[in-house]
Design a protein around this ligand. Structure first.
Ligand code: PLP
Length: 400
């Protein structure tokens, strides 16, 4: 019954989801408070109050047939205009409503842009470690995923590795900054050099290489770190944004694509992404949520970043004290920790015996590391510390 293309997806069902199920199983045995589930990037910080206020105001003030009706496949024009203005204010860009397409989150935005640009057999380059779903999204349109191996020194992309993998079949490069799973923010220099490489290769092959900047974590950056705006570095950029993390709304499925005027054939691409949104079955992004986003932007709504920051510091310091090694993340809500043994899956199994649920780095094409999602309660982090210490002791990382 299941198609040939679908079968491998069923067989390799996401490790992260499996871990999530394992967490539920352990919780039933040991009690929820004794299981330390760090597997899923599901925000624990509540959506800001403005979200609830906006929903109530909209339901009370706006016409029901308008709020719940169909609209243009690109989304409400006033919402798109508000987003464009907000970007312009913050990043000195010059976008208008016609550069913004509302999407059903970043997952949908990525599918929309890939459907729009990919011919079968064309290559999409990703930089390890990368969000595992990219492979599935590229396969949806019969593209070929090409992986740049990780630069484990600082997890900035290996630009030489990128350059050597670009061919005349390269249609797109996907980057994600702040990064899942490392928490690294790609620096100004990284983006400048990456843009130079892509421009050079476009000229060499006479092709267009689209840089897709997947940015669900843009607003989650700490210590005053600036996340450079990618359209300012490279002409053929498409930004894929989501409110899943920035407003803690992952279940509401709302985000947008930016199709800048500078992008080759920008107007044609904009029409095409609107159609892709429709034919992929989303038709348009959720109507109520679009209206909510407008009000939230106008009120400057933000999630409580300080809560993630506190978790980050506690966990980072705690793991260091236990003898684990990891780079200090500047953004997102993940720590990418070096496994004390090469086979990190074995390490994850040992961790799970201490009720610690961690995701193996091989799920992100970066074996030898594990991802810890710290979008959990501070109390969970505090309670988990003895378990991390016991785990570290097993590997001889701490004595006491
Ligand atoms: N891209 C990255 C790097 C992610 O980590 C996620 C979700 O965790 C997504 C895309 C999908 O986000 P959304 O909920 O907006 O579809």
């Amino acid at each position: 019954m299941i198609s040939e293309k679908m079968r491998p997806l069923v067989e390799n069902n996401s490790v992260i989801r499996v871990m999530f199920e394992e967490g539920k199983r352990l919780a039933a045995i040991y009690g929820k408070e004794n299981v330390y589930d760090f597997s899923l990037g599901n925000p624990n910080v509540p959506a800001p109050d403005e979200v609830r206020e906006a929903i109530l105001e909209i339901l009370n003030e706006e016409e029901s047939t308008f709020v719940h009706g169909y609209m243009s496949n690109a989304g409400y024009e006033d919402v798109r205009q508000t987003i464009a203005c907000s970007l312009n204010e913050r990043f000195e860009t010059e976008f208008g409503a016609d550069n913004i397409l509302m999407t059903v989150g970043a997952a949908s935005g990525l599918n929309v842009i890939l459907k729009t640009i990919l011919n079968p057999g064309e290559e999409v380059i990703v930089i390890a470690p990368y969000f595992v779903e990219y492979g599935n999204y590229v396969a949806n349109y019969d593209g070929k995923l090409v992986v740049v191996p990780p630069n484990t020194k600082d997890f900035q992309p290996d630009l030489k590795g990128l350059e050597s993998r670009i061919t005349k079949k390269t249609k797109a490069v996907i980057i994600n900054t702040p990064n899942n799973p490392t928490g690294v923010v790609y620096s100004h220099d990284t983006l400048r050099c990456m843009a130079d490489i892509l421009k050079k290769k476009e000229q060499e092959f006479g092709s267009v290489i689209v840089l897709i900047s997947d940015e669900p974590y843009r607003e989650l950056a700490y210590d005053g770190v600036k996340v450079p705006y990618v359209t300012k570095y490279y002409r053929d950029t498409v930004v894929c944004y989501s409110y899943s993390k920035s407003l803690s709304l992952p279940g509401e499925r709302i985000g947008y694509l930016v199709i800048p005027d500078e992008l080759k054939d920008s107007r044609e691409v904009f029409t095409a992404v609107s159609i892709a949104n429709r034919v992929l079955g989303s038709v348009n992004a959720p109507s109520l949520m679009q209206r909510v986003i407008k009000r939230c932007i106008e009120k400057g709504a933000r999630v409580n970043l300080a809560a993630y920051d506190r978790n980050r510091n506690r966990l980072y310091e705690g793991l260091k004290e236990c003898g684990f090694s990891c780079i200090r993340p500047e953004g997102a809500f993940y720590l990418f920790v070096k496994s004390p043994v090469a086979d990190e899956k074995k390490f994850c199994s040992r961790a799970s015996a201490h009720n610690l649920l961690l995701v193996p780095g091989s799920s992100f094409a970066c074996p030898g590391y594990v991802r810890i999602a710290y979008c959990v309660s501070y109390e969970q982090i505090e309670r988990s510390m003895p378990a991390f210490r016991a785990l570290a002791k097993e590997y001889g990382l701490v004595k006491a």
